[in-house]
Design a binder for this molecule. Structure first.
Ligand SMILES: C[S@@+](CC[C@H](N)C(=O)[O-])C[C@H]1O[C@@H](n2cnc3c(N)ncnc32)[C@H](O)[C@@H]1O
Length: 231
């Protein structure tokens, strides 16, 4: 393998001024490895172009020089049982970050409900490695969940919400998040088997959807990967 090259923080990149959806971009500073040194490895997973020119993608070292499809196939072989969904009626800037976290926790799929276009900036290209399905309406999304046997769990602070911290999350579920402002729609609220709130202690009424999504996904990981039961 070539030599690992430094990594400036991609988190410090300036935010775009426009709130319009952006094309996904690889980080602009140089990350990754240079051209493969020595005899090339053999096998289908290796990408000749990356071996020749180096691999500057934002991926784990174990995937260096792998073809994109080979990485996705390897991830597919061990994805977790939970899905996540987020409503997208007003181009919510949280969605990219939610997708990035879904990739980190290896969600089976991400569902975008509402508008098809979403701002990919916060995804940092992780959307290329994540299965993303679009549902134009809540009805369409609910029909998918019912057909596939996934329990819909809403995440929001409704009067009838119960605490996430003590709720036994089903293994086969889809966690649904609302967007800034309106939060979860009444249709999703009605379709959910339960709606869960995350306990807060400060002065603000809610946190942003991306933070809530990270906490809820991690709750699923703790319960079903680490077998940490709730009381
Ligand atoms: C900014 S909140 C929307 C406003 C919120 N419905 C309200 O009544 O103030 C955006 C999304 O983040 C998630 N969220 C934020 N704070 C949360 C909390 N404490 N518990 C559960 N979900 C939360 C929910 O999915 C929500 O739809």
């Amino acid at each position: 393998m070539g030599e690992l090259i430094i990594v400036n923080s991609v988190e410090n990149a300036p935010e775009p001024e426009s709130h319009e959806p952006q094309e996904p971009q690889e980080p602009q500073h140089e990350v990754g490895v240079g051209p493969w040194e020595g005899e090339w490895p053999t096998g289908d997973r290796w990408d000749p172009e990356l071996l020749e020119n180096g691999d500057r993608r934002n991926v784990l070292d174990q995937y260096r020089y792998w073809k994109h499809d080979a990485i996705v196939a390897e991830l597919d072989s061990r994805r977790h049982e939970f899905h996540i969904a987020i409503e997208n009626w007003q181009h919510d800037l949280n969605i990219g970050t939610v997708v990035r976290t879904a990739n980190a926790f290896l969600a089976k799929e991400v569902h975008i409900i509402g508008r098809r276009r979403w701002n990919r900036r916060g995804a940092m290209v992780t959307d290329k490695y994540q299965h993303i399905r679009h549902h134009p309406t809540v009805d369409d999304f609910v029909a998918w969940a019912q057909a596939e046997g996934y329990t819909i769990i809403g995440i929001d602070i409704f009067p009838d919400s119960v605490p996430l911290e003590t709720f036994d999350l089903p293994k086969r579920c889809v966690l649904v998040f609302g967007q800034e402002g309106p939060g979860l729609s009444a249709e999703v609220h009605d379709a959910a088997a339960a709606t869960l709130s995350i306990e807060q202690f400060g002065s603000t009424r809610s946190m942003n959807a991306a933070s809530a999504a990270a906490i809820a996904m991690h709750a699923w990981i703790r319960r079903h990967v680490f077998n940490q039961r709730v009381s």
